[in-house]
Structure formats: C-alpha cells, structure tokens
Design a protein around this ligand. Structure first.
Ligand SMILES: NC(=O)c1ccc[n+]([C@@H]2O[C@H](COP(=O)([O-])OP(=O)(O)OC[C@H]3O[C@@H](n4cnc5c(N)ncnc54)[C@H](O)[C@@H]3O)[C@@H](O)[C@H]2O)c1
Length: 271
C-alpha cells in the first residue's frame, strides 16, 4: 500500500497499487455487472483498463460506463464463441497496450430453459453452449493473452460459483460448466506458472445481475444464502471486486490455481 492509500466510509478505497499496470476486462454488460464492480476497484488503484463487449447491443452501455474512468479505455467487440473475434481483440490490445499484467474473465451463459427443472434433461446443444461460453473461453482467452501477459508476468482471474461442487437447485448445466472452469484454472496455472502467469478464481455468493436473474428462483437463492451465511447477509459486489483486485495485484504473488470464496461464509456451514 502506498502513502496515498485512503479509505473513508463515503469514499472508495484508493491507492497507487496498480499504477502503470494494464489489463483487459471481459464481461461488462451494465452497471450491475460484477465485471464493472471489479473494473472500478482496479481503476481506483491506478490500473489502466481495456474492455470487451458482447456485440453491438451492449456497446453503448459499456461505452457510457467506461467513459467515467480516469484513463481512456479501448473497447473491442468480442463474442467468445468466435475465434476470429478473440484473435482480433488481442491484436488490437497488443497495438494499444503492448503488454498486460492481468486479464479478468467474468463471462458465463446458459440457455434460460437449461436453468430450471432437472439437470438430467439438459440438451446436447445447451451443454455445448454453456461449456463453450463459460469454460472453454477461459482457455482460449488465456492462450491468446499469453504473449502479452508473459512480458512482465501477470494474473488471470475468473469468476465462478459454488454450484460447481454442490448441487444448487436450477443452476444445473452451469454447475457443470463452472466445474470445468475451475478445473481449467488449475491446469492453466500449472501450464503458465513458470512464465510467472498466475491463474485463480473468485467464487462469489449470489449477486443480483443480468446473468443471475436468468436462473429460475434466483430470489429464493438470495434469501437462503442470507439465512445460512456465517455473516448473516449476502455479499456486496465491492467485496467480490476487492478480492479480484487482490488476485490481480502483486499482493497475491504466491497464489495460483486457487479458488477464493467471497460468500459471507455460506460454504463453510453444515446446515
Ligand atoms: N451474479 C452472481 O450471483 C454470480 C455469482 C458467482 C459467479 N458469477 C459469475 O460472474 C460472472 C459475471 O456475471 P454477472 O453475474 O456479473 O452477470 P452479467 O450478466 O453482468 O455478466 C455476464 C457477461 O457475460 C457476457 N457473455 C455472455 N455470453 C458471451 C459471449 N458469447 N461472448 C462474450 N461475452 C458473453 C455478457 O455479455 C455479460 O457481460 C459470470 O462468470 C458469472 O457466472 C455470478
């Protein structure tokens, strides 16, 4: 922490921790997105950010948000199911930034009809789509980012959820995708560790976002989390964001291949 670090109740915690560091954030859709919360935390600590958005539909929203950041932020269109999009993003990022020190992956998708009822009824198409967008994308993006991350060493952070290891009603195929994502985090950490590229996950408790509202019964999920969590409340985006900031920063230099739970102590409870 630097001498300029400040924290008051009304103001966000700011410092120069990430001054001179650059990174790419994927998964901002709107102001409620976890990716946007993380971006604000990273920017509050001096980082310079670039962003992707999923198609023209979201461009305006992402443009308006990123215009509020202290540094100009390049924006690139990217549908992660499209290899050409991924190649183009990293070509432009190389031109704009030259190197990056972190990559933040906040992307997941499953068809609405797969997020209700029985997991046994998951369609082959629905399975492929959820896995492609939510798990394979981390491999494809990390591979494309490797030349930029290895220049100074770097950190990849992906967002995940407890539905990877426990049965959460209606999370269904997304639980399988998150299990794949978390396994991918460990294999990528092993592949890239010698290049000083770390790969970790943040497992967040439920937060009301666009993606979360696609899960049938999400409000009940929020209530049951609040009732059971050791802290007796649900997590705030800023708390998830600060953990991602820690993992993206040199403060976590000895941590790789791990999942950190930011769930107000829900996972530790037996009942
Ligand atoms: N909200 C929660 O309760 C919660 C809890 C734990 C983990 N997470 C994870 O956090 C991450 C961010 O989700 P969020 O809750 O902030 O919701 P969100 O809807 O704000 O973000 C999801 C993002 O995924 C992007 N996306 C989906 N398909 C894509 C594709 N084909 N190509 C490119 N981008 C695509 C969307 O554009 C969007 O920006 C996800 O990985 C989610 O699983 C969310």
């Amino acid at each position: 922490m630097t001498e300029t670090a400040t924290m008051t109740e009304s103001q966000p915690f700011t410092s120069d921790l990430l001054k001179g560091k650059k990174g790419l954030v994927l998964g901002v859709a709107n102001k409620r997105s976890i990716a946007w919360g993380i971006s604000q935390a990273l920017a509050n600590h001096g980082a310079q950010l670039a962003f992707t958005y999923q198609g023209e539909r979201l461009k305006d929203s992402v443009e308006q948000l990123t215009a509020t950041l202290p540094h100009p932020a390049p924006l690139y269109a990217c549908d992660v199911t499209n290899d050409e999009d991924i190649q183009t993003v990293f070509k432009k990022l190389d031109e704009d930034f030259g190197s990056i020190q972190f990559l933040i992956h906040c992307i997941a998708f499953a068809k609405k009809e797969e997020l209700t009822g029985r997991t046994v009824d998951t369609s082959r198409d629905g399975f492929h789509l959820a896995m492609d967008v939510s798990a394979y994308s981390l491999l494809a993006l990390t591979k494309a980012a490797e030349p930029l991350l290895e220049k100074e060493g770097g950190s990849v952070v992906a967002l995940t959820y407890l539905g990877s290891e426990k049965v959460i009603p209606n999370y269904n195929v997304m639980g399988l995708a998150k299990a794949g994502l978390e396994s991918g985090i460990r294999y990528l950490a092993s592949d890239l560790g010698k290049k000083n590229i770390r790969v970790n996950g943040v497992s967040a408790g439920p937060v009301s976002t666009l993606a979360a509202r696609g899960i049938s019964g999400f409000t009940t999920m929020l209530e049951s989390h609040r009732g059971r969590a050791a802290l007796g409340r649900n997590v705030e985006i800023a708390e998830v964001a600060n953990t991602a900031l820690f993992l993206a920063s040199p403060l976590s230099s000895g941590i790789t291949g791990e999942i950190l739970y930011v769930d107000c102590g829900y996972r530790i409870m037996g009942a």
